[in-house]
Design a protein around this ligand. Structure first.
Ligand code: ZN
Length: 307
């Protein structure tokens, strides 16, 4: 009889565990929520942040039109996505750097939305698309801001923002547009996101040396679409992401993401999500727990941040 009771006890215990743990990891929708989207723009980057009090920050706008391609992710993907979220104005557009796959799609966004501030690494970069973007910003009298490593801009009262790159003295030579990418950490209570643009080795070395454990982040937007020139072991050791997100286009001509980086992320043990396979990825958090949603797949997962 005693052993029978024990069996019943364990059966009940085992039956309830998944419900208890699943419940404790779901987001409390009564609390104000932070919503971060990694928009599937093909080969390029675009991330949307809506803070609990409604501050809208858009980092990059995906690829725009060029002499090589008519595909404009800003017009075809980002603008409709922002509209679907009911967005009427954007408080901050952060352009990580002036390459086409990050800034091209911002042109239709700045044309169609009321934008208050434009945040730029401030590298003098020769590109007619970047020039056109700056021209629209100036004509629309959008406030222009340059940021540097160590800045803690007060863009939102609930979320902390730390700028980790570019350095005060910009990197010169080599892939200087990528290396001077704006790297930004967003923190809401226990959950944090690290947005890395296309930062490469020099930037990663600078960041790890200067910020060390301040890199610790729940979610990492993997730098430079998973290129081998980024995501060093040291950078990952300091960042310790639970989720890594690669914004990348299927069958792109650069072979992103590189298998070495994928193996490094896999060996490290974090969950790897990719826009070419998962579509747009949305993370919703109350600052303690988070949910990962795949609107293109109608799927939801749960997790929680660091203690
Ligand atoms: Zn890029």
């Amino acid at each position: 009889m005693k052993s029978f009771k024990r069996i019943i006890f364990f059966a009940v215990f085992i039956f309830f565990i998944p419900f208890v743990s699943a419940k404790s990891k779901s987001v409390n929708y009564k609390k104000p929520l932070l919503k971060v989207s990694f928009i599937d723009v093909g080969q390029g980057d675009s991330e949307l942040i809506i803070t609990p009090r409604g501050t809208v920050i858009l980092i990059d706008g995906g690829p725009g039109r060029s002499e090589w391609s008519n595909w404009d992710a800003g017009e075809k993907v980002v603008v409709p996505y922002l509209k679907s979220k009911g967005i009427k104005k954007i408080d901050y557009i952060v352009m990580s750097h002036a390459h086409l796959d990050h800034c091209g799609g911002l042109i239709p966004v700045v044309k169609k939305f009321k934008v208050k501030n434009f945040v730029d690494p401030g590298l003098d970069y020769p590109s007619y698309i970047y020039e056109e973007l700056l021209d629209i910003i100036s004509r629309k009298k959008i406030n222009y801001i340059e940021v540097r490593a160590g800045d803690r801009p007060k863009w939102d009262k609930d979320c902390g923002i730390l700028i980790l790159n570019p350095p005060k003295k910009l990197f010169k030579g080599g892939s200087e547009a990528n290396e001077n990418s704006i790297v930004l950490k967003l923190t809401y209570k226990k959950i944090s996101f690290l947005f890395t643009g296309d930062a490469e080795r020099r930037a990663e070395r600078f960041i790890t040396k200067k910020f060390k454990k301040q890199l610790l982040s729940t979610v990492l937007k993997v730098a430079h679409h998973g290129s081998q020139t980024s995501s060093s072991q040291t950078f990952l050791d300091w960042t310790m992401p639970i989720i890594s997100i690669i914004e990348v286009g299927a069958h792109n001509r650069w072979g992103h993401p590189h298998k070495v980086v994928l193996k490094r992320l896999k060996d490290y043990g974090c969950r790897v999500l990719r826009t070419d396979k998962d579509g747009t990825i949305e993370i919703i958090t109350d600052g303690i727990n988070y949910e990962v949603k795949f609107p293109d797949k109608e799927d939801v997962n749960y997790g929680e941040g660091y203690e």
